[in-house]
Write a protein that binds this ligand. Sequence first.
Ligand SMILES: [Cu+2]
Length: 139
Amino acid sequence: MKVLLVAASLVVAGTALPAMASPKDDLPRERTAVMGTDKVQRQQVYVGNYYYRPDQITVKVGQPVELMFNIPDGVNKHTFVLFAPEAGLKINTAISQRNNMVTFTPTKTGSYTFYCNHQAGFLRPHSEQGETGTLIVVD
Ligand SMILES: [Cu+2]
């Protein structure tokens, strides 16, 4: 009985709280990838419904980039698509806790859009729900 009461009060406490802010609101939107001593630029990217954070990532041209995705367990699938052949970028990969990294080397400065192309049933594709971002490649 005591356990039930505790559980019931937790439910009440939970509902009494204001609507939980999405974690994306607390995460930075802009980051410059950090160049390692091994000359690889690394950036951690949080992925959720339906966002990447940061969603504006600045990197240096001609140096390898490694994006490490931090993605929670969940039913929604997500992908990372970055198609800019003019800059040597042709990436289209599912991302998950098991497949949580992409590496590439941009060969041309510019701004390139990345997005999630997953679409469940008749729902709008994730990219149309905000799951997009920009890779900014600088000299
Ligand atoms: Cu997605």
